[in-house]
Ligand binder design. Structure first.
Ligand code: V47
Ligand code: SF4
Length: 730
């Protein structure tokens, strides 16, 4: 595979165009970090450190549509529930609200209204333009234009000239979907053909109008269809040069007639952005459309060749109605925050990519010789000092630390595997007695087994105070005897599962309330059959010193209990300042030193401390640095349920991704993580997580003493992508 990367790198260096075969091979390769690094290089050569965004508003005039594309959750028939159509006054009002917030662009696309005449569409544009002459109107996909032309019995050129005359500025990129007839004829057979779509854009370009282009991916198409799609766009761009930006649109999987209910994998999103950047060598701009990717993947997209985050958007309906979770609007401040946190320079643009204000570019700096030394040390497998790690934190690119960290993972016994621990969690503070605890565990175990045909591999007794609204007794008040009795019983009832205790502070509280030493407590836990110890996800440990943490872990080790430690990254304020790398790295190093003494630290979990403003690219850097700073510790864990996310999901009942972190978790496996942490099977489906891991190119395995691998039928369901295979009752 590295031959492929070398070959592509050589072509890029020599200004040679990638072939379709190259693009296809990249899609089929698992070298995510390397592909991203190449794409980032190409992007920076074109756009330096600039990342564009615009202040805009989407107005979708109507969802009433004459067509019935199979993937579309947005359209309605006249009179159908949920059908709407804005009046021209309403549209002007909406545009006015956006202008008041500084919008320079209005983006208008919608359904093909069976009764609206061409004149009505012209009036729409004219009214908005008259009210706000300085606003750029980007409106109507090639699909809408074809519809208008047919209804008005005019040519596309005539339609475009008339719309241009009343204020149409450019065309959006929608309606392209997938050009290849094998797919197009299935998902939107009544829509304009690829040739018609491309010709409409050709005509617009020849009239001096710019346009965008999109590709709807992540449904039934394969990689070859994607490459075919991009090739046709590249050819038209060669001919006219009229495309501003390429925008891959990740399929939003709700309420479609194709029976697809999976979001795209973050891994696929990033690869698609990067390959688009590499293959579409005649495009200057590649957009990470956050509305469909989610803010987390969109920000990471900036490392994978994207140089544009689209805009503030406000009230987007098309993806929202199809299950988009990213929210309807993002403030200018938040967009800038994401860009600054990826160490790039935000630049507000107009529709034609002219900066609204000239940005200040940083002078290009060569990597310091110290940084090069630190990188060389990594490459030769030498131990890094805390100063080396700090240099990597401050100066190395995310790809560089990712590459180095992945190489460390590649040397591990479990290389190529991505593990996690399906877990049954018992909050001690939420049970009232030993009997209550045991019957709760029995019920959960029974439910999990019948639902997933898979037993948990770990039973975790969490000592943190309850986070439930009606909190019961505190752990300390239920007492040590109860904890020991529960552990002993678990060992008997669930002999193939590991019994873990979670909670550093909880352990101290327990020792204090029982007036025994932690050493003694550790011995008693070991005697009761407790086999591992870790942090509680619900209690931060940033206020504990490294010495306190390592001492507690070493007492556990002395009692024969292996441990997993937590390292939290802190960014106390919102804004461009860097997170507290030094404190983070020192804790990593303290744990690595402990490991050198006891050899019983099984892993370190990387999380953000509560309330911290950690963005996704910072989190990925933290994963990689943790890996590089703790060479002797078997695994770095990106605990799926504790990955910091930027947007919160809003109760989308049947969502395949119950948490946005699920979209990016398996990508962490490419940046030095080997494990996705404990997955509470009451909250997340282990099947979906295995599928994620597999999609990122790793073999999913279960961690901990449970040797009971998923049944073959579960594995084969994953292979076939049958996440909701009815026969399995999943
Ligand atoms: O044409 C419809 C797509 C497009 C779904 O030019 C879906 O700057 C995902 O083109 N999941 C409209 N996509 C949006 C569009 C666009 C968006 C942002 C910027 C620009 C630009 C253009 O949305 C449609 C269709 O391809 N779409 N349904 C869905 N379920
Ligand atoms: Fe209508 Fe566009 Fe939806 Fe197709 S994708 S049904 S053309 S609104």
């Amino acid at each position: 595979m590295m031959d492929l990367i070398r070959n592509v790198a050589r072509k890029i260096d020599q200004g040679e165009r990638l072939s379709d075969e190259d693009a296809l091979a990249l899609f089929n390769s698992n070298e995510l970090v390397e592909i991203g690094r190449l794409a980032d290089g190409v992007n920076r050569a074109k756009n330096k450190d600039l990342v564009f965004y615009n202040v805009n508003r989407h107005i979708n005039p109507t969802n009433i549509c004459a067509l019935s594309c199979k993937f579309c959750a947005y359209s309605r028939k006249p009179g159908e529930e949920g059908a709407y159509a804005y009046s021209i006054e309403e549209m002007v009002t909406k545009a006015g609200e956006a202008v008041a917030q500084g919008a320079t662009e209005v983006h208008m696309v919608g359904g093909l209204h069976p009764r609206w005449k061409f004149e009505h569409y012209k009036d729409m544009i004219a009214a908005v333009k008259q009210a706000f002459p300085h606003v750029h109107i980007k409106a109507f996909t090639a699909v809408e234009l074809d519809w208008l032309a047919r209804r008005a019995r005019k040519t596309i050129e005539e339609i475009l000239r008339e719309l241009q005359a009343v204020g149409l500025g450019s065309l959006p990129g929608g309606g392209a979907e997938i050009f290849h007839p094998e797919i197009r004829d299935t998902i939107c057979d009544t829509k304009v053909s690829a040739e018609q779509w491309l010709n409409t854009h050709r005509i617009a370009h020849n009239l001096g109008m710019h346009s965008n282009c999109t590709m709807l991916y992540g449904h039934i198409e394969n990689y070859a269809h994607r490459v075919d799609h991009m090739r046709r766009l590249r050819e038209l761009q060669d001919e006219t040069g009229g495309f501003n930006a390429f925008i891959p649109l990740s399929f939003q999987p709700f309420q479609n007639e194709m029976g697809i209910n999976n979001y795209t994998f973050g891994y696929d999103d990033l690869k698609t952005l990067a390959i688009a950047r590499l293959y579409l060598d005649n495009f200057r701009h590649v957009k990470a459309y956050w509305i469909m990717l989610g803010q987390e993947v969109a920000q990471l997209g900036l490392e994978f060749g994207a140089n544009d985050l689209d805009g503030t958007v406000i009230e987007e309906k098309i993806s929202r109605m199809a299950g988009g979770r990213a929210g309807m609007a993002m403030s200018r401040n938040f967009i800038e925050h994401l860009i600054l946190k990826s160490r790039r320079i935000p630049c507000e643009r107009d529709t034609l990519y002219r900066p609204i204000k000239q940005p200040e570019l940083r002078p290009k700096t060569e990597p310091s010789s110290n940084l090069r030394q630190a990188i060389n040390k990594c490459d030769y497998g030498e131990l890094l000092t805390i100063e080396d790690l700090q240099l990597l934190a401050d100066q190395a690119s995310l790809h560089e630390v990712g590459r180095l960290a992945a190489a460390v993972c590649g040397q591990a016994v479990t290389a190529g595997e991505g593990s996690f621990a399906p877990t049954t969690v018992l909050k001690l503070a939420e049970v009232s007695s030993v009997e209550d605890a045991l019957s709760t565990l029995d019920a959960v175990a029974e439910r999990n087994c019948s639902k997933f045909k898979l037993a948990a591999s770990t039973i975790a007794i969490d000592l943190a105070p309850s986070t439930a609204p009606a909190a019961g007794e505190s752990a300390a008040s239920l007492g040590l005897d109860a904890l020991l009795a529960i552990a002993t019983n678990c060992r008997e009832r669930f002999p193939t599962q590991e019994v873990a205790v979670w909670g550093t502070k909880g352990l101290w509280r327990l020792a204090q309330s029982q007036q025994i030493s932690v050493a003694k407590l550790a011995e008693r836990l070991a005697a009761a059959g407790v086999q591992s110890f870790g942090s509680s996800p619900d209690e931060s440990e940033t206020d504990l010193t490294n010495q306190e943490i390592t001492e507690l872990h070493s007492l556990m080790h002395a009692a024969g209990i292996p441990t997993i430690a937590k390292v939290e990254l802190t960014a106390p304020t919102y804004g461009p300042s860097e997170p507290q790398w030094s404190a983070f790295l020192r804790r990593v190093r303290a744990l690595a030193d402990l490991q050198a003494r006891t050899g019983k630290v099984v892993g370190i979990e990387v999380t953000a401390s509560p309330g911290s403003f950690i963005t996704t690219s910072e989190y990925f850097r933290a994963i990689a640095l943790a890996r590089l700073g703790s060479q002797g510790i078997p695994m770095v864990i990106a605990p799926l349920t504790m990955i910091p996310t930027l947007s919160q999901p809003k109760g989308l009942g049947t969502a395949s991704y119950q948490h946005p972190a699920e979209k990016i978790a398996s990508v962490c496996l490419h940046f030095g993580a080997a494990d996705l942490g404990s997955i509470d099977m009451q909250k997340l489906s282990p099947i979906s997580i295995m599928e994620q891991i597999r999609a990122a190119g790793f073999k999913p395995t279960l961690r901990a003493s449970n040797q009971q691998q998923p049944s073959l039928e579960v594995y084969s369901a994953i292979e076939q992508g049958l996440r909701h295979a009815p026969s399995l009752g999943l």
